[in-house]
Write a protein that binds this ligand. Structure first.
Ligand SMILES: *Cc1c(COP(=O)(O)O)cnc(C)c1O
Length: 538
C-alpha cells in the first residue's frame, strides 16, 4: 500500500507499517516530472500567474460573502477529494506531481478549507484579513527576508521601529506633538510569545543574573499571578521559563470575569509569608472567553507597593487603545504597566501572525535575551546598532511589522478609531437585540467585543440559565453542539460555543467581533434569526 491515509498517519501503530512502505519506495528509481522540477523556477508554464490569480480570486470571494464560510467534510471525504483530483494528501509514495496538479491541489485546499475571512466567520479572535495587510504578507513572502539584522532587512527593520514607536504612544497615551517616552519592543510570532517575553523580562528584573545562574541560582521560589480567566498562554509561559505552573497563582475572578484585587493582595501576602518572591502580575485586558478587563489601575497600585513587574495581556483587548474614548473607559491606568502584549492579528485584521511585545525600558530586551552571536551581530558592522535580532529568543524571524505598517499607513489613526468603534457598536447592538428577545439570554454584559449568550429552543424558553436546576442546565448545555453542527452543515455563520466550568456555566455561544468591517446591524439580525430557524425544535 503506497498511500498513508489520514487515519493511519494519526495512529501510531499504522505509522510503523508506513515506515516500511516508504523505505520500499525510496529504493525505487527516481521519477522526474515531465516538465521538470519547479523549485526556484523559472517555470515553463504560467504557473505563477495562475497561482497568484487563484489567491486573489479566493481573497475577493471570501470577503464579499459570495461563497459559504465552510463546506463541512470529514477527514475521509477530504482525503477522497484529493485522491480524485490526482493529488493524494499522503506523501508516502514520494512521487512528484507537475505544476498543473499543484494548482489543482491549491484549488482543493481553498475549496475545502474554512473562509476565515468571510464576514460570517465569528468563531475565533483572528478573523477577517485586511487586503492591504495581505499584500504585505505576500510581499514579505516574495522577499523571504529575515528580520534579524539591518544588513539584510533595512526597510523592514525601520518599519518595525516605527510600528513599535506608534504602539508605545497609544499604550502610554502620548499626546500629539510630544516625543514618545522611552520604550522597547518587538514583533513576535504571537500573543503567547509576547506574554512569555513579559515573564522573561520580569524574571530578569527580579534576578539580574538569571541568564547565567538559571532558576536555582536565586535561592528563593519565584511566584507570579494572573487571574483564573487569564489566557492559557500564561500557564505555558510558566511551564517554559521554568517557573512551574504551581507557581503561577490563579487569582479569583468576580462573576464578570475580572480579577479580584483583594484576592490578589491576599495571595501575595501568603507568598511573602512563605518567603517566596512575588515578581510578576499578568493583568488581562479583554479576556479570551468573557472579554473581561481586569482592574488595571488597582493592580498597578499593588505592583507598585510590592515592587513587582506588571504585564498587561492585551492580545485581544489591545484594539481598544485605538479609540481614546474606549481606552478611557476600559484601560484606565494601562500606561502604569511595565509591559504590554498587543495582537494586531486579532482586532486589527492584520494577517496572522502579527503580535507586539512592548515595554518601558529601552535596551532591556537585548540585555535580557541577548547572547551577542559574533557571526551575526558584529558590533563593528555598518548600522549594526539597528539590529533587532538579539533582542529576541529567535534567530530567523519574519518581518511581521511590515504588514501592520502598510495597514496603518492606509487606515490612519482616524480610520482605526472608527474601525474599533464600529466593532463595539455592533457588540452593543447584538446585546440589545438579545435582551429584547425571549429566545436568548446574555451570560454577562459585554465588555470587550465578545457577546456571550445562550440560545433557548422553544421547549426551553421557560428556563432562566442563571437560576436553573442541574437537570435544566444539562439540557441547555446539550443545545449548542447540536445547533453548531446544523449551522456548519447549512454553511451559515461560524460561531463558537464553550462551557466555563470555573464559573459553573454550561455551553454558551460566544460571538466575537474581531473587527467587523463587513458586518452591519442587518447581518447581526440575520445571524440571530438563523439560530431560531435552525434550532427552534431542539
Ligand atoms: C489570543 C490570546 C492570546 C494568545 O495569542 P496568540 O497570538 O494566539 O498566541 C493571549 N492572551 C489573550 C487574552 C488572547 O485572547
Amino acid at each position: 500500500m503506497a498511500v498513508t491515509t489520514f487515519e493511519e498517519a494519526t495512529s501510531p501503530k499504522a505509522v510503523q507499517t508506513n515506515g516500511k512502505a516508504a523505505a520500499a519506495n525510496a529504493s525505487g528509481a527516481a521519477v522526474v516530472p515531465a516538465d521538470g522540477y519547479t523549485l526556484g523556477g523559472p517555470h515553463k508554464n504560467d504557473f505563477f500567474e495562475r497561482a497568484t490569480n487563484l489567491l486573489s480570486d479566493y481573497h475577493k470571494n471570501s470577503y464579499d460573502g459570495s461563497k459559504p464560510v465552510i463546506a463541512l467534510r470529514s477527514p475521509k471525504e477530504i482525503e477522497n477529494e484529493f485522491v480524485k483530483a490526482g493529488v493524494p494528501l499522503s506523501l508516502t509514495d514520494g512521487a512528484p506531481v507537475d505544476e498543473a496538479a499543484i494548482l489543482t491541489a491549491m484549488e482543493k485546499t481553498l475549496e475545502l478549507g474554512v473562509r476565515m475571512n468571510h464576514p460570517l466567520f465569528l468563531n475565533q479572535l483572528t478573523a477577517g484579513i485586511n487586503s492591504i495587510g495581505l499584500a504585505g504578507e505576500w510581499l514579505i513572502g516574495a522577499t523571504n527576508t529575515n528580520a534579524h539584522t539591518y544588513e539584510v532587512a533595512p526597510v523592514f527593520t525601520m518599519c518595525e521601529r516605527f510600528c513599535i514607536d506608534k504602539a508605545a504612544r497609544m499604550w502610554l497615551g502620548t499626546p500629539a506633538g510630544i516625543a514618545t517616552p522611552s520604550h522597547d519592543g518587538l514583533f513576535t510570532p504571537g500573543g503567547s510569545f509576547s506574554n512569555m517575553y513579559g515573564f522573561l523580562m520580569a524574571r530578569f528584573k527580579a534576578i539580574p543574573d538569571i541568564k547565567t545562574k538559571g532558576m536555582f541560582g536565586c535561592g528563593r521560589q519565584l511566584v507570579a499571578f494572573c487571574s483564573a480567566d487569564a489566557h492559557y498562554s500564561s500557564n505555558k509561559s510558566a511551564q517554559v521559563v521554568g517557573l512551574g505552573s504551581d507557581n503561577l497563582r490563579k487569582v479569583k475572578v468576580n462573576k464578570n470575569g475580572e480579577m479580584c484585587v483583594e484576592s490578589l493582595k491576599a495571595e501575595i501576602a501568603k507568598a511573602v509569608e512563605r518567603n517566596e518572591l512575588p515578581f510578576l502580575v499578568v493583568a488581562t485586558a479583554g479576556s479570551t472567553v468573557l472579554g473581561a478587563f481586569d482592574p488595571i489601575d488597582a493592580i498597578a497600585d499593588v505592583c507598585k507597593e510590592h515592587k513587582m513587574w506588571m504585564h498587561v495581556d492585551a492580545a485581544w483587548g489591545g484594539g481598544t487603545l485605538l479609540s481614546p474614548k474606549l481606552r478611557g473607559e476600559l484601560m484606565k491606568g494601562v500606561e502604569r504597566a511595565d509591559s504590554l502584549t498587543w495582537n494586531p492579528h486579532k482586532m486589527m485584521n492584520v494577517p496572522l501572525s502579527c503580535s507586539m511585545f512592548i515595554c518601558k525600558y529601552e535596551g532591556m530586551l537585548k540585555e535580557c535575551n541577548g547572547t551577542s552571536a559574533s557571526y551575526l551581530f558584529q558590533p563593528d558592522k555598518l548600522y549594526s546598532k539597528y539590529d533587532v535580532g538579539d533582542k529576541t529568543i529567535q534567530c530567523g524571524r519574519k518581518p511581521d511589522a511590515y504588514k501592520l505598517w502598510l495597514v496603518w499607513k492606509n487606515t490612519g489613526d482616524a480610520g482605526w478609531r472608527s474601525h474599533i468603534e464600529h466593532a463595539y457598536h455592533l457588540t452593543r447592538y447584538t446585546q440589545k437585540k438579545i435582551e429584547a428577545s425571549s429566545n436568548f439570554v446574555m451570560v454577562i454584559d459585554n465588555q470587550c467585543t465578545n457577546v456571550c449568550f445562550w440560545y433557548l429552543p422553544k421547549s426551553m424558553r421557560h428556563i432562566n440559565p442563571h437560576t436553573a436546576t442541574e437537570e435544566e442546565l444539562r439540557k441547555l448545555g446539550a443545545v449548542a453542539p447540536k445547533l453548531k453542527a446544523r449551522l456548519q452543515q447549512a454553511g451559515g455563520a461560524m460561531i463558537g460555543f464553550q462551557p466555563l466550568p470555573s464559573h459553573n456555566i454550561v455551553n454558551f455561544w460566544r460571538v466575537v467581533f474581531a473587527g467587523a468591517d463587513g458586518l452591519t446591524e442587518k447581518i447581526v439580525d440575520e445571524i440571530l434569526e438563523s439560530f431560531e430557524t435552525l434550532g427552534h425544535d431542539l
